[in-house]
Design a protein around this ligand. Sequence first.
Ligand SMILES: [Zn+2]
Length: 113
Amino acid sequence: MIDADLDLAVLRASLVARLEDLRAASATSSESRRPVELDQTSVGRVSRMDAMQVQAMALAMERRRHDEARRIEAAIGRIDDGEYGYCIACGEEMSAKRLAVDPTIPTCIRCAA
Ligand SMILES: [Zn+2]
């Protein structure tokens, strides 16, 4: 029991650290997500398309970060509620293997299928 609590505390700390990394990455990349200026007299058409591609990629990455942050926040919430490790759909205990692959997975294999 004590070991399980310790594991959860370690897991929670690593989830919080990951969340902070995601937020830091969001903050430092906010510039590249800004809309591409329509009036760019000094920049050619090709460069503008490059800039739009870079922006699109930055937006896609931000969406992925956002999704991951939401999953992490939910997992931290389950840890705090003492519900971590149980499928949110059926309530069955989830396999340690499945959680090892992705500790933020909220459902068991059967419910995910
Ligand atoms: Zn389930």
